[in-house]
Design a protein around this ligand. Structure first.
Ligand SMILES: Cc1cc2nc3c(=O)[nH]c(=O)nc-3n(C[C@H](O)[C@H](O)[C@H](O)COP(=O)(O)OP(=O)(O)OC[C@H]3O[C@@H](n4cnc5c(N)ncnc54)[C@H](O)[C@@H]3O)c2cc1C
Length: 386
């Protein structure tokens, strides 16, 4: 097994404890205003003012070079900050995609001008990014996407449709994957390029899509002859597929893939304590959930170590996301089993609101960022079974 999956341990050193305490102090103050429903949104919750405050404290773009507004801190320090934010259910959405995905992409492959323009804005919490990959007939089979970038004088014209784009209605920029070469039947993986797109460009229309909670956090985005100047192409033309695939190793292994329902756990423990002595079975069920979390954290940290060392552990990341999503999705059911709460949401009760929100949203956890079947396919390949 060790030759097929690499999970060398990586520990968070005790010297990072003061940083953890700093983040906790900041969150204790900020979180007093959040309802259970808001906490449920976790890293998709969108709050520009909160992101600005996080940026002011130097907790966005933490590992990036100072010349681009970063703070030259370690991946482990970033991990500590992210972990604490997720544990509190902080609204990270206004900076999350820029910090986790778009910023690192620009740092590796963007032009010098792109780095200088965008990275400091992201690090200050002042520029929000969304991810334009999925299309109506291209989700799991992303490379068959059809939205097109055509060469014109001074740049490109974009036409087509993206779907399920989280927070597109609130974001400033999208990094979008478009077909710049031949048709999908001829150049499936080769003819794709990524572009930085200003969401205020003329020709972009953003239409909300409602989810089970009745909210519309994701959207359909149509492009009708949208002009994008040459200097907004990311990296080389035709490299879009390699870029998007490399981003997934970052995207699939981080704590957001197993901590989206975490805030339920401490609230449930508090409620059980308040209810008086409990049967042994209760401690056992909570212990099982805790043990899963500890193992997922070890796996996720190990992947962080490999990414820092320049590897791209996509098989291991797929495993963490699949197991992490299973864990997150079981949490509301565990709480219902242990507390037997009312079937309807009790307004103003943090635990009840959070549970109500998560019951409606956990099914999406194993869709966003790659479905369970696709991840298991990657794992099966890793095991030599496919
Ligand atoms: C909450 C949420 C937020 C999202 N945010 C974004 C975003 O910001 N940006 C973005 O670009 N996308 C986003 N997505 C889209 C997400 O990445 C896609 O939904 C996902 O990749 C699946 O694509 P699809 O919906 O087209 O389903 P399909 O690919 O049509 O899959 C349908 C079903 O068939 C199964 N299936 C498909 N192919 C295979 C196969 N080869 N083998 C076995 N089973 C298969 C899938 O597992 C799934 O169960 C979001 C989705 C959700 C739910």
């Amino acid at each position: 097994m060790s030759a097929l999956f690499n999970f060398r341990p990586l520990e968070i050193p005790a010297r990072l404890e003061p940083l953890r305490q700093d983040v906790r102090r900041f969150l204790a103050d900020a979180s007093s205003q959040w309802s259970g429903w808001q906490i449920g949104h976790s890293w998709t919750g969108f709050d520009r003012e909160f992101s600005r405050q996080v940026g002011q404290r130097g907790w966005i773009g933490m590992t990036w070079p100072r010349q681009y507004g970063g703070h030259e801190r370690s991946g482990l320090e970033r991990y500590v900050v992210v972990e604490e934010m997720l544990a509190a259910g902080a609204p990270l959405g206004a900076h999350w995609f820029g910090d986790r995905q778009s910023g690192p992409l620009l740092l590796r492959l963007g032009s010098e001008a792109q780095r200088q323009r965008f990275l400091p804005m992201i690090a200050k919490g002042e520029a929000s990014f969304c991810i334009g990959l999925s299309e109506p007939d291209a989700g799991s089979d992303l490379a068959s996407l059809r939205s097109r970038a055509s060469r014109v004088e001074g740049g490109w014209r974009l036409n087509g449709r993206k779907v399920w784009t989280t927070n597109a209605h609130l974001c400033d920029f999208m990094i979008g994957l478009f077909r710049s070469g031949g048709p999908a039947e001829v150049e499936k993986h080769k003819g794709l390029s990524q572009f930085l797109i200003d969401m205020r460009s003329s020709g972009i229309e953003v239409r909300p899509i409602k989810d089970l909670t009745g909210e519309a956090h994701f959207n359909e985005v149509t492009f009708d002859d949208v002009f994008v100047p040459d200097d907004m192409l990311v990296g080389q033309e035709g490299d879009g597929w390699a870029q998007a695939s490399a981003e997934l190793a970052f995207e699939r292994s981080q704590p957001d893939r197993y901590m989206s329902a975490y805030p339920l756990l401490p609230l449930t423990v508090d409620a059980l304590r308040a209810a008086g002595p409990q049967e042994r079975m209760v401690a056992r069920r909570l212990g099982e959930a805790e043990a899963e979390l500890v193992i997922l954290r070890e796996m996720s940290l190990s992947i962080l170590g490999q990414l820092v060392d320049g590897h791209s552990p996509s098989r291991e990341a797929a495993l963490v996301k699949d197991l992490g999503n299973l864990h997150e999705q079981r949490m509301p059911e565990l709480v219902r089993e242990l507390l037997d709460p009312p079937a309807t949401v009790v307004k103003g009760n943090t635990l009840s609101e959070l549970l109500g929100f998560l019951v409606h949203t956990v099914p999406s956890f194993s869709l966003r960022g790659g479905t369970r079947e696709i991840l298991r396919g990657i794992t099966a390949k890793g095991l030599g079974l496919k």
